[in-house]
Design a protein around this ligand. Structure first.
Ligand code: AN7
Length: 357
C-alpha cells in the first residue's frame, strides 16, 4: 500500500512554529514547499565560483510569495469572524488576497494603482472575484487609504502590516534551511514594501535561536533604482520602475528591514531597470526559469556583488524569485518582440530553422 504523503500547505507543515489557534479552520491552497533550484549555467558562463540557488516562490498557487503570508492572514481573519479583507497592492498581494478570500468564502477589496499593474495580476484579481478599485494614485496612496478605510469599516487589512503575513512568509527561510541542512551565507531579495526581507530575517533568526541553523545569512536587499527609498535614506514621492511589483516609495516595514540589514551585516543597493530586465532574460534564456521583473532584481544584485567581491568566492547564496514571469506578459513580449510569421510550408519552416543556427 502506498502511504498518503499529500502536502497540505505551510500551516500544516510548520504549525508548531506559527501562531495558529487550535481547532481553527485553516484557509489554504497548499502554498509553500517551492523548489530551491541551483543555478548552473549563469555562474559557469561568467566564471563565478559560488554555489547559488533560487527559491522559486513564483510557483505558489497564485504565482507569488504572497500566498505564504495570505494563508496565515486569512486564516486569522476568518477565525476572528471577519467577513471581508482589504489591501493596497502593486498586483501580487491583490491576487493572493482575492484567492484566499474566495477560498474562505469572504469578500476581498483591493486598491491598485491605475494602469501600473501587470496584466496577469489584474486578470487574477478580477477572476478571483475581488472588488477591484483602480485608484488615480500609486501604491503608497492606496496604502494610506486602506488604513483609513479599515479604521472606519469592519474589514481586515491583509497588507504586510498585518503581523500574520510576515509569520507566514518566514516559512520560506525554514524551507531553505531544511533543504540545505543549514542557512546559506548570503540571502538576496528584491525589496518593495520590505515585508519579505523582514519575514526571512525572522525565520532565519528563529531557526538560529533554537540551533536548527548554525548561523544566519547576511541579508542583501535590492531595490529598483527609480524606487529606492532605502538607498535614498528616506521615503520617496514618485517611485517609478519597469518592475511594477516594487514601485513603492514608502516601505511599511522600514524599521524591521533596517534591523535585518544591521543585525546581519547586510546592505541595500539599487538596480537599474536595464539590469533588471537583462537579468530576467538571463534567468529565462540560460536557466529556463521565467520570473517576473521584480524578482530578477535579487539575482541582478547577487551577480553584481559576486563580481565586485562584496560576496566572496566560495559563498553559498540563495536569491528569492518572488513572482512568476507569466504575471507580466506585456513586458516579456516587449523585450523579445513578436514571433516571426512564416508560410505553412515545409520549405518556409526549414529555412527559418536553418537561419536560427
Ligand atoms: C514579485 O503586491 O507589495 O518588500 O502589493 O510582488 O515584501 O514588499 C508586492 C511586492 C517583490 C516586494 N517581488 O516584496 C504587492 C506588493 C514581487 C512583489 C516584492 C513584491 P516586499
Amino acid at each position: 500500500m502506498a502511504t498518503n504523503t499529500r502536502y497540505l500547505g505551510l500551516i500544516d507543515r510548520y504549525r508548531s512554529r506559527l501562531p495558529v489557534k487550535d481547532g481553527c479552520r485553516i484557509i489554504s491552497l497548499c502554498e509553500g514547499d517551492t523548489p530551491l533550484i541551483q543555478l548552473h549555467n549563469i555562474p559557469r558562463n561568467r566564471g563565478l565560483d559560488v554555489e547559488i540557488y533560487v527559491k522559486f516562490d513564483g510557483l505558489n498557487p497564485t504565482g507569488s510569495f504572497k500566498d505564504r503570508g495570505m494563508t496565515m492572514a486569512v486564516t486569522q481573519a476568518v477565525s476572528d469572524g471577519s467577513q471581508a479583507v482589504i489591501c493596497a497592492s502593486t498586483g501580487n498581494t491583490s491576487a493572493a488576497a482575492a484567492a484566499y478570500a474566495a477560498r474562505a468564502g469572504i469578500r476581498a477589496f483591493v486598491l491598485i494603482p491605475e494602469g501600473k499593474i501587470a496584466y496577469g495580476k489584474l486578470a487574477q484579481a478580477m477572476m478571483l472575484n475581488a472588488t477591484v478599485l483602480q485608484i488615480r494614485g500609486n501604491f503608497d496612496d492606496g496604502m494610506s487609504l486602506v488604513k483609513e478605510v479599515a479604521s472606519e469599516t469592519p474589514v481586515t487589512i491583509v497588507n504586510s502590516i498585518n503581523p500574520y503575513r510576515l509569520q507566514g512568509q518566514k516559512t520560506a527561510a525554514f524551507e531553505i534551511v531544511d533543504a540545505l541542512g543549514d542557512a546559506p551565507d548570503y540571502h538576496c531579495l528584491p525589496v518593495g514594501n520590505a515585508g519579505n526581507i523582514s519575514a526571512y530575517w525572522m525565520g532565519y533568526s528563529e531557526y538560529f535561536d533554537d540551533s536548527t541553523a548554525s548561523h544566519r545569512p547576511v541579508m542583501a536587499g535590492y531595490q529598483a533604482a527609480g524606487a529606492a527609498p532605502f538607498i535614498a535614506g528616506h521615503p520617496i514621492d514618485n517611485p517609478d520602475t519597469v518592475a511594477t511589483a516594487i514601485r513603492i516609495g514608502n516601505p511599511q516595514s522600514w524599521d524591521k528591514a533596517k534591523a535585518a540589514e544591521k543585525e546581519s551585516g547586510g546592505w541595500f543597493d539599487a538596480i537599474s531597470d536595464e539590469e533588471i530586465l537583462a537579468t530576467q532574460r538571463m534567468l529565462a534564456g540560460e536557466e529556463g526559469i521565467f520570473a517576473e521583473p521584480a524578482s530578477a532584481t535579487s539575482v541582478a544584485g547577487a551577480i553584481r556583488d559576486i563580481k565586485s567581491g562584496r560576496i566572496p568566492s566560495g559563498s553559498r547564496i540563495v536569491c528569492t524569485l518572488t513572482g512568476n514571469g507569466l504575471k507580466d506578459p506585456d513586458i516579456a513580449i516587449e523585450q523579445c518582440g513578436k514571433p516571426q510569421i512564416v508560410d505553412a510550408t515545409l520549405g518556409a519552416v526549414e529555412s527559418a530553422i536553418a537561419s536560427a543556427f
